[in-house]
Design a protein around this ligand. Structure first.
Ligand code: 5RP
Length: 262
């Protein structure tokens, strides 16, 4: 692996081999997502706890302080919305020049395996990897399910993650699922977990994150379960303890309770 590629990855994945990314890219198809109406205000207390920020160029320029930013993963795909016909019909919407101009540590894009646009999203991934390899920029593939959240099981996610790795993704973002070890074992590159829609309790979040880490994920790319929570800083601190300090679910709950004053 080239020096630049290694250097960028090491900015995102810490020396313990783990990482905690904070995604705030949801507006690219959801518009002003709840609690992310003003992304700059939402992230202000959180950025110092994030190992990376997954963001579009628009929100980055408008809402993130260039003098106080964690390493960036720039979202490169889009072109659909929640009120449109099919969330899977994405294209590459941002250029490599923009990624370089913004000094990103990595770029990210979604693939939609099993959808009507499977072929297009995979060809887009291959082409993005081609361009990014020239500049030593890692690509994070996002195994997206659109509105079909029920797709998130080990069989389907194993297929998606392996294909993403075969196409050259350096990291794959997928969902936690039962038997995540099957997904991890079939994927030759590191896996980070998304959170999906907000859970009812923080305990549920700590439990699936802890389970996923035990089963071989290297960390998180988790948004709504942090910034839609009433105590987002407490969530960040508690989750970081699982990711970087091998904390138990009980330890994480204690950290959460202390920080939240709960
Ligand atoms: C949205 C994304 C998000 O980055 C990803 O889903 C993680 O966020 P959350 O934890 O809120 O699901 O790719 O398109």
């Amino acid at each position: 692996m080239d020096w630049g590629m290694k250097n960028r990855l090491s900015r995102l994945i810490k020396s313990d081999g783990h990482c905690m990314f904070l995604p705030i890219d949801h507006g690219y198809f959801q518009g002003p997502t709840r609690k992310l109406e003003k992304p700059g205000e939402t992230i202000k207390p959180l950025v110092s706890y994030a190992d990376g920020l997954f963001v579009t160029r628009g929100v980055l320029r408008a809402c993130v302080d260039p003098a106080n930013s964690p390493p960036l993963i720039l979202r490169m795909s889009g072109g659909t919305s929640v009120v449109g016909k099919d969330l899977a019909n994405e294209a590459i919407t941002t250029s490599i020049e923009e990624a370089i101009r913004l000094n990103v540590a990595a770029v990210g894009m979604s693939i939609f395996i099993g959808s009507d646009y499977e072929h297009e999203s995979l060809v887009n991934l291959g082409e993005l990897v081609n361009v990014c390899e020239d500049y030593g920029i890692p690509v994070m593939a996002v195994t997206a399910v659109g509105k079909e959240l029920e797709k998130r099981d080990a069989r389907y996610l194993s297929l998606c993650c392996r294909i993403a790795a075969e196409f050259g993704a350096k990291v794959v973002k997928t969902y936690w699922c039962e038997n995540l070890d099957k997904v991890v074992n079939g994927c030759p590159v590191p896996i980070v977990m998304a959170g999906g829609p907000k859970c009812d309790t923080e305990l549920e979040v700590f439990e699936f994150v802890h389970d996923g880490m035990q089963k071989g994920a290297i960390g998180l790319n988790l948004g709504r379960n942090v910034w839609q929570h009433d105590h987002p800083v407490a969530m960040m601190k508690a989750l970081r303890s699982i990711i970087h300090e091998d904390a138990s679910v009980k330890d994480a709950q204690d950290i959460f309770a202390e920080e939240a004053g709960a």
